[in-house]
Design a protein around this ligand. Sequence first.
Ligand SMILES: *Cc1c(COP(=O)(O)O)cnc(C)c1O
Length: 375
Amino acid sequence: MSATTATPATGRLVLLNPGPVNVHEDVRAAMASPDQCHREPEAAALMTRVREKATRVSGGDDTDTSVLLAGSGTAALEAAFSSIVPADGRILILDNGNYGERLWRIVDVHGIPHRRMEFGWCNPIDVDAVDRALSEDPGITHVGLVHHETSTGMLNPLREIGAVVAKHGRQFAVDAISSLGSERLDLRADHIDWCVGTANKCLEGLPGVSFVTAPRQRLEELEDVPARTFYLDLYGHFISQDRKNAPLFTPALQVMTALEQAIDRSLAEGVEGRAARYTALAEQIRTGLAERGVRFLLPAEQRANSVTNVYVPEGMTYDELHDGLKAEGYVVYSTQEQLEGVFRVANMGQLDGDDIAGFLAAFDRVVAKYADRGV
Ligand SMILES: *Cc1c(COP(=O)(O)O)cnc(C)c1O
């Protein structure tokens, strides 16, 4: 293929959206595992292994465990945030983007007592303000945080906030859906009580399985908290998976088989290795776009290593840019509602330097087309 052909050399669609991602061929192959019944010992063994590996990838040990859910990341988020706060508790939601708002929407829809601290999109979370809020309000029992706020691409200060929450003796619930696997996160060191992850972002699996990882003791304590939902009752899933060694409802076994492959690859590469790989790709994207005069949404030090938010170049709309790139085999992603005219280039998944170079070349061709139109 010549350098000017309209599809990437690999012939595949290069996904520069923040998940689902391009997966390794071994992960895709695992989807085609043999037909099986979910109430047989081999399915139970698969679930046990995936639970154990999901725990390890979150920095947990034998005192922690994971509960698997069938569904996208939001299923595990809703299972966690609807299940962990007792009737006489209250959760403080830290919100600085679309996904912080989602945490608030979940607790709100379940009528869970809460306080929402809104910092505004693109604003860092004020750790001192969180400290003060917890000092002033002993009624707050839990704190909810999004680690990587995927809407803006901002990495929130997990360790600092975890230390503050622990200092006040509250429980810390973290949406680590777009950070787990590529950003430093450790259940113990970050004082995380509830950690929510999913298959199809930085763990590089396929969509359909998500999970909640927690100290066993925390999960046991849920016995006293009445369920607010039937399908996403975290304690019910925990008891079934852990004590009965069986799924509560039909699990997504094929996706889970692929997830086991993906986590094996994550554990082999290591979070540091993956962070280094993602950082190099992000640098290539950021350097390349900076050379092209594109403006960035966030200062460099606030950015996670897997998402870059940039303004659409002058003279064209997001849809024109997206469609032009898609025709060349590259998928970029719009930024959610509050940030019109900004788009995202993610570098999660099985991508390499050639993919990014190809994207930048395609970007030039699409932008040139609209520059020509403008005169
Ligand atoms: C992707 C994502 C989710 C979950 O989205 P789903 O569409 O349910 O997979 C939740 N939180 C964050 C921070 C995310 O990036």
